[in-house]
Design a protein around this ligand. Sequence first.
Ligand SMILES: Nc1ncnc2c1ncn2[C@@H]1O[C@H](COP(=O)(O)OP(=O)(O)OP(=O)(O)O)[C@@H](O)[C@H]1O
Ligand SMILES: [Mg+2]
Length: 316
Amino acid sequence: MTQNTGPAAVAIAGARKVYTVFPQRQRVAVDDVSINVPAGAIHGLLGPNGAGKTTTLKMLLGLVRPDAGTFRVLGVDSRSRAGRGSLGFLPEQPYFPPQLTAAQAMRLYARLSGVPEREIKPRTDELLARVGLEGNQRTLLSAFSRGMLQRLGIAQAIVGRPKVVVLDEPASGLDPLGQRDVRNLMITLRDEGATVLLSSHQLSEVEAVCDRVSIMSRGRVAAEGPIQELLGVAGRTSITVAGLPAGVRSRLGVLAADIADAADGLRVFSVADSDVRRAVDAVDDAGGRVVSVQPKRESLEDYFTRMLANEAGEVA
Ligand SMILES: Nc1ncnc2c1ncn2[C@@H]1O[C@H](COP(=O)(O)OP(=O)(O)OP(=O)(O)O)[C@@H](O)[C@H]1O
Ligand SMILES: [Mg+2]
């Protein structure tokens, strides 16, 4: 980064973790993973179940002992006192003592994060409002829904104003509005100067907010970069249309490929970039309506399928 001469907010190099599953069996969960996140960025760790995302994050947090690798946050060992002081963490399955109220739990985590006593009440109120839990200060956590606990987990992760916020599947258990709130929250955190590292197995969760992603597969980083660069299909544009009469399909057929029905009666197809004008005109002529025109992108499912096929090919 040219504009950024300070140390990376997160620098993981050569991370490796081997779990002993049975006394005689070992499983390589993370294998030579390196991730660099510049200060002030939102970085996504994307990958299917079991790819090694949580293990990588837990090694960074000092919650899992690595077999190899260095883990630095803002230039210092992430497991040192100074390193841990810069980190806020939402675990994959946040647990809270159920007999506490939301306000009591937040007070506990605020104290642990070193928030000065007189700031705890206003900070707690502000954060509970920020995650959509206003009015629940006195609610017992045993009465919280899954999504409410997730929201509390996010509030807890940022109570100490950490410079680096690590969120393991922040959208887990949240309804669409909750997911949008979390996206906006991550953007606000970045605008306030924090760095965000999040994990997800959903493309939609990361594409709207992440500056860059590391795609993990089977314990390794398979690719790293901006999503559009990784998943973009060169030379093709994706067009979504509404109200297209069935008969027009054949007319478009010459131009369009991958014609598929989407939700709400929408139809999606792709054309060569040079055919966009003609395709839009054809839709207009047929009485349809163009809903969106955007660069075609491979789905994450297709990406992984192709990558696994390539790996199999290499072995064979
Ligand atoms: N405590 C453990 N003991 C043994 N194996 C483990 C342990 N934790 C994780 N693993 C294994 O390590 C691999 C990576 O797991 P990890 O939880 O890091 O994946 P993940 O990418 O976070 O997956 P998910 O999307 O399901 O959360 C998996 O094969 C998993 O079975
Ligand atoms: Mg995980």
